[in-house]
Design a protein around this ligand. Sequence first.
Ligand code: NDP
Length: 649
Amino acid sequence: MSSPRTSPASTPVDPAEPGFGPDALRARYRAERDRRIRPEGSRQYQPVSGRFGYYDEDPYAEDGLVREPLHDRVEVVVVGGGFGGLLAGARLRQAGVDSIRVIEKGGDFGGTWYWNRYPGIHCDIESYIYLPLLEEVGYVPKWKYAPGEEIRQHARAIGRSFDLYREACFQTQVTELEWDEDAGEWLVGTDRNDRIRARYVVTASGTLSEAKLPGIPGIETFRGHTFHTSRWDYAYTGGDANGNLHKLADKRVALIGTGATAIQCVPHLGADAAELYVFQRTPSSVDVRGNRPTDPDWAASLAPGWQRHRRDNFLTLVTGGHVEEDLIDDGWTGSARLQQKLIPSDNDQDVPPEERERAYETADFQKMNEIRARVDAVVADPETAEKLKPWYRYMCKRPTFSDSYLETFNRPNVTLVDTADSHGVERITESAVVGGGTEYVVDCVIFGTGFEVGRSGITSGRLPVRGAGGVPLTEAWREGPRTLHGFYSHGFPNLFQLGPLQNASAVNFVHVLDEQATHVAEVVAEARRTRARRVEPDAKAEAAWVATIRDKAADLYKFHAECTPGYYNNEGMPRQRSESYGDGPLAFHALLRDWRANGGMREVLVDTGFDTDTGFDTDADFDTDADFDTDAGDGAGTEPGGAAAGRGK
Ligand code: NDP
């Protein structure tokens, strides 16, 4: 059963209705939050390393890769082959850089879309604005919301289009970065004993890339089959990302977690497993999906520049700005519109803050009432429906969208196990998962329990970085991150970080990554043109940017403090300090463009006109074999399995 998309305009909900009045809702939200708060906060989770390392093993890569360690030089090493790394590679290529080596832990490009291949996987951001470089690659996605495999194939197409397979190293993890002051280069160490010299390093290792497990008592004692959703074991379940998990026909399966991942894989598990037990601690808000195939006439009518225009349209809408027409017209822009209906603009300073907050809260109550009403309309068993209703403000948790998740709980073989009162699953035994006071004997436990959030390898220290004078980055950042525009830090020349830290963030994060990659490529191009020895902000510029971040930081503390726990609010213990640019991504992107156009790059280019016998000084000399002994072979444009795989895989 699928319910039609409803809008607040078509189904007005009276916030004063008994049980739904603002005071009742506030009290209910508080009570629901309080029963989920755990004093250990994010320490309730454990990484998939050490004794849980098998949860992190790559089920997709070729086994038994053996290759000689590399001891060579490239102009740019890019750490990470997801969309951030691919965009960095592509934009650098467009800027004229020939020698680019992407180093990636997985067996191919794709990042998130390499690792996450669970059944039902789709991107819930519209494909036409999410998949990057569509015009450059000459591709229009087949669906409004693309399946994961199509996105993964697009990542590979970017690798081919921009000739990034030629130098790539897959199944390889960067383990250290060390600045060599005399040579003006980075030494890049890997877990395959590579020792690669690089003029520039770009880190793009992702923000939701390290899977995590809950610290459930007894988790290590389970004797049945088990895996994390980001390493789906199709050898065990059968089928593929389209479903048909035929090997589960006689299996009792426990899925732990009900976030954006679970929303997508539960319908397939429910359809194919003998028994499915979904262990829920906090229900997601599940709005209408409405996926549809791409209209070929529309695709044929797209004029050059369409993707940028569409992406900007979305970003403007979801950050409270005004556009003539909502080109995307979906749950994301719909909820932004809802806010704007009551708050003409987030930037409208004429409206007193209390009035704006009241209007925002009312719109929020209406949206969540609508989401809860949808549960009642879809789920047949009233008790199950009650458990599936989210009681918190809309943006406390990541909104989700599905036209088949709620319906799955109408199946006789599917049981929802509510674990809120025990702060999650109580324990796991050799053969069972215990939740809601009941023991469920199962053959398989699947963890849909998410990822470590917002900590890249270099900020967490997992990837040690030593800059000028051997100073570790973690030491330089002892008092907190220090960057200019989020990209570079004093004492760490020629190192560019992609990610949200002291930079911008947005729902469509790939858009942000593209702006970042474009910026880095332009700075590198200018550094090459002016023959700068180093790209590095001085301490003053860095301090000024940190102060700007502090001054402009949006005060979301109160909102997050009242939210149900989750990764958006550091498991109910929100940080006082925001590390994102407070005026929002559009303003930040404009700031970067102005900075580049108005001589800002001179701030970070040090020792221009630098000339040595290393051959790094001119474009013309740069890509000779003498400079880069990279054993590139004849693998231009090849993919894993081709010539590049001999070295890269
Ligand atoms: P999440 O972190 O969103 O969800 C983890 C789930 O595990 C939550 O429901 C959590 O409950 C539950 N959980 C954790 N510990 C326990 C426990 N001890 N007992 C019971 N339940 C527990 O991970 P996801 O993989 O679902 O999603 C991560 C992110 O990935 C998303 O937020 C989104 O950003 C991205 N994503 C994007 C998609 C897209 O289409 N663009 C699709 C899928 C994911 P609780 O909520 O109570 O903490």
